[in-house]
Design a protein around this ligand. Structure first.
Ligand SMILES: Nc1ncnc2c1ncn2[C@@H]1O[C@H](COP(=O)(O)OP(=O)(O)OP(=O)(O)O)[C@@H](O)[C@H]1O
Ligand SMILES: [Mg+2]
Length: 408
């Protein structure tokens, strides 16, 4: 049997022994009257697990369809393993896709589903390869069952085995875990990651679940309106978001806008509604004028008495707790601080239950090291950047209700 590396061949009868690089150069996709992807540049190194993360409609599926050859780019080039595949037909590309709806053949056994593609290509050891792929997803013992005799998660794994069995140099996964319940989803995330490590192929995984992207991928690209806003290792993106979109889409952030009042060699100080907030200079994208700065909710500490100010912490308060949501391991507090707005605090439950209740007067502190400064022009972004996740919508609705109550 011919085995070929992805770089040397786009022959669909060949198997890749390792993953291939994927490179997008200035890729644009225009639909009549709508630009879905705008000048996308992207390099995904061979053998990596790459996640494309973004809200609904930002262009994730379109990107995958372009790579798979199911959609034609309006401009730009696509290279797989160094070979330009831009004009190559879909079936000639060394790519397999796992879609959200796994579309197994209902009348065929699990084994036949997995072996189907190999048999069609007249691969002689199709059956043994299919068993091998099923062992990888720990389903070989159910090889003779029909898809409807499997749970949703097991069917998902069959779909994965069916894609992996072809050893595509590049495996595209479009929200493949979307149909699963939370627990199964977490379990499959770990399995998928270990399968990727076992086979060493390149995985491009599309999701709108930020936790999923962060737990699985080596590199996460956050996509917004057909563009990549920021790309990097999960910790890097989380700890140092560059834009308000990333700061709010990947986890939650407390963001403030103010003017830089002093710039030192290691830090900058921003006046926010008369309060001075210091952040490290190297964590700030802008060093002068109006800037938006932020801090993650778990970096904040709650105090019920005024803390002594000192040079390594920022202190704000007093403010008032407006909401306490207990979630088992942690509690989320909303704290209204005059001049700053509503801040979110995540605190580990070190004692039984929340430490303060709604209505309490509190102060907040955080280490000056933990702040970050965004690249956005504050004039272009609202003070609390719009984020349409359901939590934010709920918070916004409650805030407007509170404002109405105060007026009444
Ligand atoms: N054939 C088409 N004609 C016109 N517009 C399209 C077409 N296909 C997709 N679009 C538009 O392109 C944008 C991106 O669509 P895409 O399917 O890539 O989004 P997505 O990021 O995968 O979203 P979701 O998370 O909801 O799956 C959407 O606004 C969509 O309406
Ligand atoms: Mg999609």
């Amino acid at each position: 049997m011919a085995k070929a590396s992805a770089a040397s061949s786009a022959n669909p009868g060949a198997f890749a022994e390792s993953g291939a690089d994927l490179e997008l150069v200035g890729v644009t996709k225009r639909f009549p009257g709508f630009t879905a992807i705008e000048g996308l540049d992207l390099i995904i190194p061979a053998g990596s697990f790459f996640a494309l993360l973004g809200p609904s409609g930002c262009g994730k599926t379109t990107t995958l369809r372009l790579v798979a050859g199911l959609e034609e780019a309006t401009a730009g080039r696509i290279l797989i393993g160094g070979t330009d595949v831009t004009t190559m037909r879909s079936y000639q590309r060394p790519v397999n896709t796992v879609f959200q709806s796994y579309a197994l053949f209902p009348h065929m056994s699990v084994l036949d589903n997995v072996a189907f593609g190999l048999r069609r290509r007249r691969i002689t050891d199709a059956t043994s390869r299919a068993h091998e792929a099923l062992r990888l997803v720990e389903l070989d013992h159910l090889a003779q069952r029909k898809p409807q005799q499997l749970s949703g998660g097991q069917q998902q794994r069959v779909a994965l085995a069916r894609a992996v069995v072809n050893r595509p140099a590049l495996l595209l996964l479009d929200e493949p875990l979307g149909a699963l319940d939370l627990k199964l989803r977490r379990q499959m995330q770990i399995e998928l990651k270990s399968i990727q490590q076992d086979v060493g192929l390149t995985f491009l995984h599309v999701t709108h679940d930020q936790e999923e992207a962060m737990t699985m991928a080596d590199t996460v690209a956050v996509m917004n309106k057909g563009r990549i806003e920021q790309m990097g290792a999960p910790e890097e993106l989380y700890e140092l978001p560059r834009t308000s979109f990333v700061a709010n889409f990947l986890g939650q952030s407390n963001l403030f806008t103010g003017s830089v009042v002093s710039t030192g060699s290691t830090s900058i100080v921003v006046d926010v509604g008369g309060r001075r907030i210091e952040i490290p200079r190297e964590r700030a994208q802008r060093h002068a004028g109006e800037v938006t700065i932020g801090v993650r909710p778990e970096k904040l500490m709650l105090h019920t008495t005024a803390p002594d100010p000192h040079s390594t912490i920022n202190v704000v308060g007093p403010g008032r707790v407006t909401d306490v949501s207990f979630s088992g391991v942690s509690t989320q507090y909303q704290v209204a601080v005059p001049g700053l707005g509503s801040l979110v605090v995540f605190a580990q439950n070190m004692v039984f239950g929340p430490v303060v209740s709604s209505g309490a007067e509190v102060w907040l502190t955080w280490s000056t090291d933990h702040g970050f400064g965004l690249a956005d022009d504050p004039a272009d972004s609202p003070r609390f950047a719009s984020d349409t996740d359901t939590h934010t919508l709920a918070v916004q609705r409650r805030e407007s209700l509170e404002a109405e109550l105060e007026e009444a």
